[in-house]
Design a protein around this ligand. Sequence first.
Ligand SMILES: [Zn+2]
Ligand SMILES: [Zn+2]
Length: 81
Amino acid sequence: MPWSKKLWVENKLERVREVQVSTVCSICMEEIVVGSEGTCMPCSHLFHGACILKWLDKSRSCPLCRFSMPTLMHEERGVKR
Ligand SMILES: [Zn+2]
Ligand SMILES: [Zn+2]
């Protein structure tokens, strides 16, 4: 393994320390409570950190809007110039 996939995923996600508006995480269908921690996709959809990491392990797109995360292969080629 050239580099950590987990790190790659975390680089793309924005960690929200305190969620301002309660949302339903569409992966586990449970509420992300106001004041708890959440993780934001680049498309600005919010999920539980653990849920989205598990999801992105199998999929490359947002479960809500199908926003595609850039692929790992593409990233490897693009960054190293
Ligand atoms: Zn969840
Ligand atoms: Zn989305």
